[in-house]
Ligand binder design. Structure first.
Ligand code: FVH
Length: 295
């Protein structure tokens, strides 16, 4: 069947779990899709869904102006595109990387004659192609490329353009993933505390979930304090009180025979801020302390 004229043909490099989900979403929406994968067997299944399987990455890139890469890491993007002619191509890199990798990959692509857009996927594969899942992708880099292909890019997941700096998509992506990592650490510690007691995990779960949901209001409060530079006005639970309370959390971990290793780095940061004379602040001041300690 001939694809509708409005459906942009595209090339997808990498048919791992995420690449396959992306390809299926575009195919289902009627886009002609050419795929390539280092291990050809992993791309073959998509032929049954209507994809054209290219014999090489260079051939896949030659097939379409819009080229999407969804590979393991930045190094695999470099090796995959080594022999491809990128002249006149619109390269969209959905491979997770660092901000510096995004900027370097943009300069590399532009030097080879392509426009470049980096992307950070905020979803797992089953969410792709299902708008109700809340899946979206941070994009940064060429604004012209983004505008021209906005509708096509919006097929597998929502789009959020965060600026011309090609490192910004990765920075937003990794910042959110890093916050998730801390959240998961807290969840792990909480379940470990009640493990082995007469408390069913399924009864504990909704209590934990609703508490964490209530506490997310601190995200907005922190943003406001960072923007205004006032870390002390109207503080409800100051750092000195919270830091003193940490001793109870640590004693409870000990009583329950649970390692406190997921909590102690954050507690040490709080104690340092208090020792530096900032016990009347809330946790927003920790942002500046953490950044200063990384320099
Ligand atoms: N899956 C997820 O939950 C996350 C969600 C958020 C975004 N990530 C990122 O998406 C990129 C791809 O992830 P994936 O889930 O598709 O990963 P895999 O299923 O492991 O597939 C990896 C593909 O990369 C190919 N590949 C690996 N190394 C090379 C290389 N040196 N040269 C060429 N291709 C390479 C691999 O090919 P093969 O192993 O099948 O031959 C797959 O196509 C990733 O950045 C996530 O962080 C996913």
């Amino acid at each position: 069947a001939t694809a509708p004229a409005s459906r942009t043909p595209l090339t997808l490099l990498g048919t791992g779990a995420m690449g396959t989900a992306l390809a299926r979403a575009w195919l289902a929406a009627g886009h002609p899709v050419t795929v390539w994968n280092r291990t050809p067997e992993r791309a073959a299944a998509l032929a049954a869904d209507g994809a054209t399987v290219a014999a090489s990455a260079a051939a896949a890139v030659a097939a379409n102006r819009l080229v999407i890469a969804c590979l393991l890491d930045d190094a695999s993007v470099g090796t995959t595109l080594e022999d491809a002619d990128l002249t006149g191509r619109d390269l969209v890199n959905l491979t997770t990387g660092t901000p510096a990798e995004g900027r370097a990959r943009a300069a590399w692509a532009v030097s080879r004659g392509a426009r470049f857009l980096d992307g950070g996927i905020m979803a797992v594969p089953p969410m792709v192609g299902h708008p109700e899942s809340g899946a979206y992708v941070f994009y940064s880099g060429s604004g012209d490329l983004f505008e021209e292909h906005r509708d096509t890019l919006a097929v597998p997941a929502g789009t959020q353009y965060v600026g011309a700096d090609p490192g910004f998509a990765a920075l937003h992506d990794v910042a959110l993933l890093s916050a998730m990592s801390g959240l998961f650490a807290g969840i792990t510690h909480a379940f470990a505390l009640v493990r082995g007691e007469d408390i069913a995990p399924k009864d504990f779960a909704p209590l934990l979930a609703s508490w964490l949901t209530a506490m997310t209001s601190s995200v907005q409060q922190t943003a406001e304090r960072l923007a205004g530079g006032d870390f002390t006005g109207g503080v409800v639970s100051n750092l000195a009180m919270q830091s003193a309370g940490n001793a109870t959390l640590l004693r409870t971990a000990e009583e329950q025979r649970v390692s406190a290793e997921l909590l102690t780095p954050y507690m040490e940061l709080m104690a340092r801020r208090v020792a530096d004379g900032h016990g009347d602040e809330d946790t927003a001041g920790l942002v500046d302390l953490l950044a200063a300690r990384g320099r």
